[in-house]
Design a protein around this ligand. Structure first.
Ligand code: T5A
Ligand code: NA
Length: 211
Protein backbone atom coordinates (compact mmCIF):
# COMPACT_ATOMS: atom_id res chain seq x y z
CA UNK A 1 0.00 0.00 0.00
CA UNK A 2 2.88 2.34 0.80
CA UNK A 3 4.53 1.68 -2.55
CA UNK A 4 1.26 2.27 -4.33
CA UNK A 5 0.89 5.59 -2.56
CA UNK A 6 4.35 6.66 -3.68
CA UNK A 7 3.59 5.88 -7.32
CA UNK A 8 0.57 8.19 -7.50
CA UNK A 9 1.07 10.97 -10.01
CA UNK A 10 -0.54 14.37 -10.13
CA UNK A 11 -3.19 15.32 -12.70
CA UNK A 12 -2.63 17.69 -15.60
CA UNK A 13 -5.58 20.08 -15.60
CA UNK A 14 -5.86 22.67 -18.35
CA UNK A 15 -8.04 25.76 -18.74
CA UNK A 16 -8.77 27.02 -22.24
CA UNK A 17 -10.88 29.70 -23.80
CA UNK A 18 -10.85 33.10 -25.43
CA UNK A 19 -9.47 36.25 -23.81
CA UNK A 20 -11.16 37.46 -20.56
CA UNK A 21 -13.38 34.42 -19.99
CA UNK A 22 -12.00 33.94 -16.45
CA UNK A 23 -9.28 31.32 -16.87
CA UNK A 24 -6.69 32.90 -14.54
CA UNK A 25 -9.34 33.54 -11.87
CA UNK A 26 -10.41 29.87 -11.91
CA UNK A 27 -6.84 28.53 -11.99
CA UNK A 28 -6.00 30.51 -8.89
CA UNK A 29 -9.16 29.39 -7.06
CA UNK A 30 -8.56 25.75 -7.98
CA UNK A 31 -4.93 25.68 -6.83
CA UNK A 32 -5.92 27.32 -3.53
CA UNK A 33 -8.75 24.84 -2.97
CA UNK A 34 -6.58 21.82 -3.75
CA UNK A 35 -3.82 23.03 -1.43
CA UNK A 36 -6.34 23.75 1.34
CA UNK A 37 -7.63 20.19 1.00
CA UNK A 38 -4.08 18.92 1.57
CA UNK A 39 -3.27 17.99 -2.03
CA UNK A 40 -0.08 18.97 -3.83
CA UNK A 41 -0.85 21.47 -6.62
CA UNK A 42 1.01 24.10 -8.62
CA UNK A 43 -0.15 26.57 -11.22
CA UNK A 44 1.50 27.24 -14.54
CA UNK A 45 0.52 29.59 -17.32
CA UNK A 46 1.28 29.85 -20.99
CA UNK A 47 2.79 31.89 -22.39
CA UNK A 48 5.34 31.73 -19.58
CA UNK A 49 6.63 35.27 -20.05
CA UNK A 50 9.59 34.78 -17.67
CA UNK A 51 11.88 32.79 -19.99
CA UNK A 52 13.99 34.18 -22.86
CA UNK A 53 11.43 32.86 -25.37
CA UNK A 54 8.60 34.16 -23.17
CA UNK A 55 10.09 37.67 -23.24
CA UNK A 56 10.03 37.63 -27.04
CA UNK A 57 6.40 36.49 -26.94
CA UNK A 58 5.56 39.24 -24.44
CA UNK A 59 7.08 41.86 -26.73
CA UNK A 60 5.07 40.46 -29.62
CA UNK A 61 1.80 40.50 -27.65
CA UNK A 62 2.48 44.06 -26.52
CA UNK A 63 3.14 44.99 -30.15
CA UNK A 64 6.72 46.07 -29.44
CA UNK A 65 7.95 43.71 -32.15
CA UNK A 66 6.49 42.08 -35.26
CA UNK A 67 7.00 38.40 -36.01
CA UNK A 68 5.89 36.32 -38.98
CA UNK A 69 2.81 34.19 -38.13
CA UNK A 70 4.48 30.78 -38.43
CA UNK A 71 7.49 32.04 -36.52
CA UNK A 72 5.52 33.29 -33.48
CA UNK A 73 3.48 30.07 -33.54
CA UNK A 74 6.66 28.02 -33.15
CA UNK A 75 7.84 30.25 -30.32
CA UNK A 76 4.58 29.68 -28.39
CA UNK A 77 5.11 25.91 -28.85
CA UNK A 78 8.78 26.15 -27.85
CA UNK A 79 7.67 28.05 -24.74
CA UNK A 80 5.58 25.01 -23.76
CA UNK A 81 8.30 22.48 -24.60
CA UNK A 82 10.86 24.28 -22.45
CA UNK A 83 8.60 23.66 -19.43
CA UNK A 84 8.08 19.93 -20.08
CA UNK A 85 10.98 18.57 -17.97
CA UNK A 86 9.74 20.54 -14.95
CA UNK A 87 6.12 19.57 -15.62
CA UNK A 88 6.97 15.86 -15.82
CA UNK A 89 9.04 16.04 -12.67
CA UNK A 90 6.20 17.66 -10.72
CA UNK A 91 3.52 15.31 -12.08
CA UNK A 92 5.61 12.25 -11.25
CA UNK A 93 6.22 13.56 -7.74
CA UNK A 94 2.44 13.63 -7.20
CA UNK A 95 1.83 17.33 -7.76
CA UNK A 96 -1.18 18.25 -9.87
CA UNK A 97 -0.58 21.01 -12.39
CA UNK A 98 -3.24 23.62 -13.06
CA UNK A 99 -2.40 25.11 -16.42
CA UNK A 100 -3.70 28.44 -17.74
CA UNK A 101 -3.79 27.90 -21.57
CA UNK A 102 -1.97 25.12 -23.43
CA UNK A 103 -1.45 23.77 -26.95
CA UNK A 104 -5.12 24.31 -27.86
CA UNK A 105 -4.69 28.09 -27.50
CA UNK A 106 -1.64 27.80 -29.70
CA UNK A 107 -3.66 26.15 -32.45
CA UNK A 108 -6.81 28.29 -32.10
CA UNK A 109 -5.10 31.69 -32.21
CA UNK A 110 -2.80 30.88 -35.13
CA UNK A 111 -5.51 29.08 -37.11
CA UNK A 112 -7.79 32.10 -36.62
CA UNK A 113 -5.30 34.17 -38.66
CA UNK A 114 -5.95 31.93 -41.68
CA UNK A 115 -2.33 31.90 -42.79
CA UNK A 116 -1.62 28.29 -41.77
CA UNK A 117 -3.61 25.06 -41.96
CA UNK A 118 -4.92 23.60 -38.68
CA UNK A 119 -2.85 20.42 -39.17
CA UNK A 120 0.31 22.49 -39.51
CA UNK A 121 -0.67 24.42 -36.36
CA UNK A 122 -1.03 21.20 -34.35
CA UNK A 123 2.26 19.68 -35.36
CA UNK A 124 4.77 21.55 -33.11
CA UNK A 125 2.88 20.54 -29.93
CA UNK A 126 2.62 16.83 -30.80
CA UNK A 127 4.26 14.86 -27.98
CA UNK A 128 3.51 17.27 -25.13
CA UNK A 129 1.96 15.62 -22.05
CA UNK A 130 -1.78 15.07 -22.69
CA UNK A 131 -4.06 16.80 -20.19
CA UNK A 132 -6.30 14.68 -17.96
CA UNK A 133 -8.99 17.36 -18.15
CA UNK A 134 -9.51 20.40 -20.36
CA UNK A 135 -11.97 22.94 -18.99
CA UNK A 136 -13.22 25.03 -21.88
CA UNK A 137 -14.62 28.30 -20.56
CA UNK A 138 -17.24 29.47 -22.99
CA UNK A 139 -18.46 33.08 -23.08
CA UNK A 140 -19.71 35.30 -25.89
CA UNK A 141 -17.14 37.89 -27.06
CA UNK A 142 -19.67 40.60 -26.16
CA UNK A 143 -19.92 39.39 -22.54
CA UNK A 144 -16.15 38.99 -22.33
CA UNK A 145 -15.63 42.53 -23.52
CA UNK A 146 -18.08 43.90 -20.94
CA UNK A 147 -16.29 42.26 -18.01
CA UNK A 148 -13.37 44.53 -18.22
CA UNK A 149 -12.28 46.41 -21.29
CA UNK A 150 -9.90 44.54 -23.55
CA UNK A 151 -6.46 46.06 -23.20
CA UNK A 152 -4.09 46.93 -25.98
CA UNK A 153 -2.65 43.47 -26.43
CA UNK A 154 -2.68 41.86 -29.82
CA UNK A 155 -5.79 39.66 -30.41
CA UNK A 156 -8.01 41.63 -27.98
CA UNK A 157 -10.66 42.47 -30.57
CA UNK A 158 -14.19 41.03 -30.57
CA UNK A 159 -14.11 40.01 -34.24
CA UNK A 160 -10.85 38.08 -33.91
CA UNK A 161 -12.05 36.48 -30.64
CA UNK A 162 -15.15 35.20 -32.43
CA UNK A 163 -12.93 33.42 -34.96
CA UNK A 164 -10.76 32.02 -32.14
CA UNK A 165 -13.95 30.67 -30.52
CA UNK A 166 -14.87 28.93 -33.80
CA UNK A 167 -11.41 27.34 -33.95
CA UNK A 168 -11.72 26.06 -30.36
CA UNK A 169 -15.18 24.62 -31.13
CA UNK A 170 -13.80 22.76 -34.15
CA UNK A 171 -11.00 21.24 -32.03
CA UNK A 172 -12.85 20.15 -28.90
CA UNK A 173 -13.73 16.50 -28.29
CA UNK A 174 -15.64 14.54 -25.65
CA UNK A 175 -12.69 14.77 -23.25
CA UNK A 176 -13.29 18.52 -22.86
CA UNK A 177 -15.55 19.88 -20.14
CA UNK A 178 -17.37 22.89 -21.52
CA UNK A 179 -18.17 25.40 -18.80
CA UNK A 180 -20.72 28.18 -19.15
CA UNK A 181 -18.41 31.01 -18.08
CA UNK A 182 -21.21 33.58 -17.74
CA UNK A 183 -21.97 32.20 -14.26
CA UNK A 184 -20.51 33.48 -10.98
CA UNK A 185 -16.87 32.77 -10.05
CA UNK A 186 -18.05 30.61 -7.12
CA UNK A 187 -20.48 28.53 -9.11
CA UNK A 188 -17.90 27.80 -11.83
CA UNK A 189 -15.31 27.02 -9.16
CA UNK A 190 -17.54 24.43 -7.47
CA UNK A 191 -18.07 22.57 -10.74
CA UNK A 192 -14.38 22.76 -11.66
CA UNK A 193 -13.26 21.52 -8.23
CA UNK A 194 -15.59 18.53 -8.28
CA UNK A 195 -14.42 17.41 -11.73
CA UNK A 196 -10.77 18.04 -10.83
CA UNK A 197 -10.93 15.95 -7.65
CA UNK A 198 -12.39 13.11 -9.68
CA UNK A 199 -9.68 13.47 -12.35
CA UNK A 200 -6.91 13.46 -9.74
CA UNK A 201 -8.34 10.25 -8.27
CA UNK A 202 -9.01 8.48 -11.57
CA UNK A 203 -5.72 9.24 -13.26
CA UNK A 204 -3.24 8.82 -10.43
CA UNK A 205 -2.15 5.34 -11.58
CA UNK A 206 -2.35 5.93 -15.33
CA UNK A 207 0.55 6.79 -17.61
CA UNK A 208 0.83 10.28 -19.01
CA UNK A 209 0.33 9.88 -22.76
CA UNK A 210 1.84 12.16 -25.41
CA UNK A 211 -0.46 14.56 -27.30
N1 T5A B 1 -1.77 32.91 -27.11
C1 T5A B 1 -1.47 32.15 -26.01
C2 T5A B 1 -1.45 32.46 -28.40
O1 T5A B 1 -1.71 33.15 -29.39
N2 T5A B 1 -0.84 31.25 -28.54
C3 T5A B 1 -0.52 30.45 -27.47
O2 T5A B 1 0.04 29.35 -27.66
C4 T5A B 1 -0.86 30.92 -26.15
C5 T5A B 1 -0.52 30.08 -24.94
C6 T5A B 1 -2.05 36.14 -23.93
C7 T5A B 1 -2.40 35.98 -25.38
O3 T5A B 1 -1.61 34.98 -25.99
C8 T5A B 1 -2.37 34.25 -26.92
C9 T5A B 1 -3.74 34.25 -26.32
C10 T5A B 1 -3.85 35.58 -25.62
O4 T5A B 1 -4.41 36.54 -26.52
P1 T5A B 1 -2.73 35.21 -21.59
O5 T5A B 1 -1.46 35.65 -20.96
O6 T5A B 1 -3.37 33.97 -21.09
O7 T5A B 1 -2.54 35.06 -23.16
O8 T5A B 1 -3.82 36.37 -21.52
P2 T5A B 1 -4.31 37.18 -20.26
O9 T5A B 1 -4.53 38.55 -20.75
O10 T5A B 1 -3.50 36.93 -19.05
O11 T5A B 1 -5.64 36.45 -19.86
P3 T5A B 1 -7.02 36.53 -20.52
O12 T5A B 1 -7.27 37.83 -21.18
O13 T5A B 1 -7.17 35.33 -21.37
O14 T5A B 1 -8.05 36.48 -19.29
P4 T5A B 1 -8.57 35.27 -18.41
O15 T5A B 1 -7.46 34.67 -17.66
O16 T5A B 1 -9.44 34.36 -19.19
O17 T5A B 1 -9.59 36.03 -17.42
P5 T5A B 1 -9.34 36.57 -15.93
O18 T5A B 1 -9.49 35.47 -14.96
O19 T5A B 1 -8.11 37.38 -15.92
O20 T5A B 1 -10.64 37.48 -15.80
C11 T5A B 1 -10.86 38.63 -16.63
C12 T5A B 1 -11.75 39.65 -15.86
O21 T5A B 1 -13.04 39.10 -15.63
C13 T5A B 1 -13.30 38.99 -14.22
C14 T5A B 1 -11.95 39.08 -13.54
O22 T5A B 1 -12.05 39.58 -12.24
C15 T5A B 1 -11.19 40.02 -14.49
O23 T5A B 1 -11.51 41.35 -14.23
N3 T5A B 1 -14.00 37.70 -14.02
C16 T5A B 1 -15.34 37.56 -13.91
N4 T5A B 1 -16.35 38.45 -13.91
C17 T5A B 1 -17.62 37.97 -13.76
N5 T5A B 1 -17.93 36.64 -13.65
C18 T5A B 1 -16.95 35.71 -13.65
N6 T5A B 1 -17.27 34.40 -13.55
C19 T5A B 1 -15.59 36.16 -13.78
N7 T5A B 1 -14.39 35.50 -13.83
C20 T5A B 1 -13.44 36.46 -13.99
NA1 NA C 1 -5.21 35.11 -18.02
Amino acid sequence: AELEKMARRGALIVFEGCDRVGKSTQCQRLVEALKTSGRQAESLSFPNRDTAIGKLINNYLNKKIELENHSIHLLFAANRWEMVPQMEKLLKSGTSLIVDRYAFSGVAYTAAKKTAEVDWCKWPDIGLPTPDVVFYLSLSPEAAQQRSMYGNERYEKAEFQAEVERQFQAMKDESWETIDASRSVDSIHREVLETSLRAIEENSHKDILPL
